[in-house]
Design a protein around this ligand. Structure first.
Ligand code: GLV
Ligand code: MN
Ligand code: MN
Ligand code: MN
Length: 439
């Protein structure tokens, strides 16, 4: 019989009950897994869940002008080292958190694990403060960022990009979802003032350090560099960097026409050009060491079985640690796309939708996270990741670091994404220790 968990171990395990509480929200019967795009019923339900959990813990919850939710654990007045009179008592706070939205048909952990572990880690920190083993020098907050995946409006990390000014708010407000609703209208419908969106100096000045815990999204911790004799990798890693990455829309235009009356020799079919481009993009990516080039979405217009499309849009995701190589790959893709299009009597046009430079996380915060995490997971490794995160956007403004929790499937952005309960609890313990050391 296993011993019942007590004290801090029990609080760390809270991460799993929090995750279970939201396991029914946003399930996608058609795709499998979860579809929780920003402002969907599912995502709004998760936000309500977060607000209720944070409020029940005595945290002061507010939503800022960019739609980011903050749950504040303010500094009690009695502590020395608090803010000087008249200054913002939240300035330079320690902030942790992640996102609640998902890709279409995603896994349960990408995003919510960082939010649930933050709540569970807070429980432990509060317990330590009550026990007199933690004396905070600054305020603490849990942040929940909207539209991290860019699944609805096309640009990932939209909340943190608005906060930092990494996206022009006018451009952000004009982004549209698949129904043609602008981000401005969607934001207004959810109680935000579009005119107030954009770089927020006050909110930024309140982030002293940002730490995001996240499910590991590749095979990073399952490779033989890290696994033991039983083939098991460590439960936790610290992030070293994020590959530079971007999204481009490649549009092929041709002649829309009748599938039955148009001879095969008379066609200017953008679907044919797009199909060849998909293969060319795979070859260009495969020929470049360290590169990833993906077409995960393709839309024929108008999209009918008996209709030769007049246009096909496809979206390309390109990533590489060297930003100059990413740029060169995209140039090569456009050149090939134009050649392919010409042979089919079509035209090709490329539009950049977002671009993020390679991020190297703050060296001293990363060292501190590694030292703290090593108390729970000796020899905590450092991993680069190919996935984008709000932490990567914030890294240009404030010291930022990340913890990754082992994903035995090595699969993410898919229903097969997985985290074992024990690893989630271990990750939460590492997060709580790291936050406690930084507070
Ligand atoms: C977001 O998760 C991304 O890396 O695309
Ligand atoms: Mn993701
Ligand atoms: Mn994520
Ligand atoms: Mn992401």
């Amino acid at each position: 019989m296993t011993e019942p968990l007590t004290g801090e171990a029990q609080r760390f395990a809270t991460v799993n009950s929090l995750m279970s509480a939201i396991a029914g929200t946003g399930r996608d019967a058609r795709r499998g897994g979860y579809s929780r795009p920003v402002y969907s019923t599912a995502e709004l339900e998760l936000r309500e869940w977060f607000v209720a959990e944070a409020t029940a813990r005595g945290l002061a919850v507010e939503r800022d002008s960019n739609g980011i939710i903050w749950a504040w654990w303010d500094l009690p007045d009695r502590h020395d080292g608090g803010a000087p009179a008249g200054a913002d008592p939240r300035a330079g706070a320690l902030v942790t958190g992640s996102h609640l939205d998902s890709v279409p048909g995603g896994g349960p952990f990408d995003g919510p694990l960082g939010v649930a572990s933050a709540l569970a880690a807070f429980d432990v920190l509060k317990m330590r403060e009550a026990a007199g083993t933690l004396a905070r020098k600054r305020a603490f907050a849990i942040a929940v960022f909207p539209e991290e995946e860019g699944s609805a409006f096309g640009v990932a990390c939209l909340g943190s990009r608005l906060l930092t000014g990494a996206i022009d708010p006018v451009r952000a407000l004009n982004l549209t979802d698949e129904r043609g609703t602008t981000f401005a209208d969607a934001s207004r419908a959810h109680g935000l003032d579009p005119d107030a969106m954009g770089r927020d100096e006050l909110a930024l000045s309140r982030i002293g350090d940002f730490v995001e815990l996240h499910v590991e999204q590749g095979r990073g911790l399952n490779t033989e560099d890290y696994t033991d004799a039983a083939g098991r990798g460590p439960a936790v890693a610290v992030a070293s960097s994020i590959l530079g990455h971007g999204r481009w829309r490649l549009s092929f235009t041709g002649q829309g026409n009748h599938a039955g009356t148009t001879l095969m020799t008379d066609r200017a079919d953008p679907m044919i050009a797009a199909s060849q481009a998909v293969l060319a993009i795979r070859s260009i990516g495969a020929a470049q060491p360290g590169a990833r080039a993906t077409v995960g979405r393709l839309e024929p217009v108008p999209g009918g079985t008996n209709v030769i499309a007049s246009r096909v849009d496809l979206w390309i995701d390109v990533r590489h640690p060297d930003d100059a190589v990413t740029a060169a790959l995209v140039t090569r893709i456009l050149e090939q796309a134009q050649q392919i299009a010409a042979l089919e009597g079509c035209a090709a046009e490329l539009t950049e939708e977002s671009l993020s430079a390679t991020v190297h996380f703050d060296a001293s915060l990363t060292r501190a996270l590694t030292a703290s995490a090593a108390r729970t997971v000796p020899g905590t490794p450092a991993l680069a990741t190919g996935a984008g995160h709000d932490a990567g956007v914030l890294a240009s403004e404030v010291p930022t670091g990340m913890l990754f929790v082992r994903n035995p499937s090595g699969i993410s952005h898919s229903p097969e994404e997985y985290v074992e309960d024990d690893d989630a609890a271990t990750g939460t313990a590492a997060l709580a220790d790291a936050l406690g050391d930084l507070l």
